[in-house]
Write a protein that binds this ligand. Structure first.
Ligand code: URA
Length: 441
């Protein structure tokens, strides 16, 4: 087999066999297929798509490209959650400690930022000393003792995805249903949890911009998870504006802490509670979402979830003092407001551009090798449906570099559309997809 022929086949909209897909994945993982050929192949997939069988074959090949994590030494039903990627999406930092504080083992594998979206690992590195490169032994031990651990994708867990993910990030090949579904599900299958709750984002800041595409992605992933023997739920949530108000690594950690203290934004709380509820239902701890929510609210209100977050940070080598005093986090040196050029209502937000604003400030990666600046980002003051007067602040930018700040200001201004007529605020949660079908809200 030759990689050239397989690229050509996909370019000509032909179907690839399981063996051909295995050849590509193995070759790229081992280095016999170079980045430039893989980039061309990924672009051909973006343009011409893959069917269900090709997507399933890609998922299995990526999941088996390295070790499969054996979590059988963790007591109880293990739950995990994964987002398809959004702007200001810090739900893992809220729901992880919440679910763990109920004694349910949260064995989570997280990623770094991708394209205009952020990643949990980059955010957690706001805590000095915090490490997600813990050994499997330590991971299992932490989940057994404190009920929560988050690892990065270790070198040998779905290594094919790790390499492909980094390549997609810089070759504009992220937003394809088959590539997203196989990327997420290969990791989830390799990392061994029993229950998988997927947060499928929809809207201007998501990789899937329409509800229809988001539902198709959700169905694809639920089907793959179910075939792999995992209880899989997908919750379709809004990404037509950033989730919460903070975008940027440390700023998002602070907002998650505020939420665990009962002082966070409502949309972030609602999405986190909904996802956490399905984790509880999947684990068999609650019979339905209503019962799950009652249990979760109790843990939020009595401070257990906040304490659990600090315990988790400490267990992975981090300084947990900022959990109780966020002033201790390193801060960006510059802060500047972006103001409204005219009076009106916020009618549309190019949310991916808000994500790019944070990236331009240094909060995300422009190349595979880029180092990120965790302290920079955006604080949103106006969201969809809000009224603004001329000169009122739409957002505040936090930066460490004057030139980047200038570019970011222009970018953010273009992200906002101000119109004359008030628009309705979007729903926060649109639908739940399970193996039995779709429930819309
Ligand atoms: N998250 C992933 O892990 N992979 C994707 O492709 C998109 C979001």
């Amino acid at each position: 087999m030759k990689m050239y022929d397989l690229i050509n086949k996909k370019k000509n909209k032909e179907r690839l066999s399981r063996e051909e897909i295995e050849f590509i994945v193995k070759g790229y993982t081992e280095g016999t297929v170079p980045d430039y050929q893989m980039s061309a192949f990924l672009m051909a997939v973006c343009l011409n798509g893959m069917d269900h069988e090709e997507t399933a074959a890609l998922t299995v090949a990526m999941a088996h490209s390295g070790d499969l994590l054996d979590l059988s030494r963790i007591h109880g039903i293990k739950v995990d959650k994964h987002s398809t990627g959004g702007v200001g999406d810090k739900t893992s930092l809220v729901l992880g400690p919440l679910v763990a504080s109920l004694g349910i083992p949260v064995a989570k594998m997280s990623g770094r930022g991708l394209g205009h979206t952020g990643g949990t690992i980059d955010k957690l590195e706001s805590f000095p000393g915090f490490s997600t490169t813990i050994t499997t032994e330590q991971f299992i031990e932490n989940v057994n003792t404190i009920k929560m651990a988050i690892v990065g994708q270790t070198a040998n867990l779905a290594p094919a995805d790790k390499k492909i993910y980094a390549l997609r990030d810089v070759t504009a090949t992220v937003d394809n249903i088959s590539l997203i579904a196989s990327s997420i599900m290969s990791k989830k299958i390799a990392s061994g949890s029993d229950v998988i709750v997927l947060d499928v984002k929809t809207g201007s800041g998501a990789f899937m911009k329409t509800l229809e595409d988001s539902l198709a992605l959700a169905r694809e992933m639920v089907q793959i998870g179910t075939i792999a023997g995992r209880k899989t739920y997908a919750v379709i949530t809004d990404m037509n504006q950033p989730l919460g108000n903070a975008v940027g690594n440390t700023l998002e950690v602070i907002e998650a802490i505020d939420t665990l203290r009962g002082e966070g934004p409502e949309d972030l709380l609602e999405v986190s509670m909904t996802l956490a509820s399905y984790m509880l239902v999947g684990a068999g701890v609650a019979k339905d979402v209503e019962e799950a929510e009652k249990l979760l609210v109790q843990k939020l209100e009595d401070g257990s979830a906040l304490n659990k977050f600090a315990e988790f940070v400490r267990a992975q080598g981090g300084d947990s003092r900022p959990v109780f005093n966020t002033e201790l986090f390193a801060k960006a040196g510059l802060a500047e407001a972006v103001t409204a050029p005219k009076e009106g209502y916020i009618t549309y937000i190019h949310t991916d551009e808000v994500g790019m604003t944070s990236l331009v400030l240094g909060g995300g990666r422009e190349t595979k090798e880029s180092l990120i600046d965790i302290s920079v980002g955006v604080k949103i003051h106006k969201k969809l449906g809000d009224h603004v007067t001329k000169g009122e602040a739409l957002a505040t930018l936090y930066a460490n570099d004057g030139n980047k700040l200038k570019e970011a200001k222009e970018r953010l201004l273009k992200a906002y559309v101000i119109g004359e007529n008030k628009v309705e605020k979007p729903k926060t949660v649109y639908a739940i997809v399970t193996r039995d079908g779709i429930t819309s809200f």
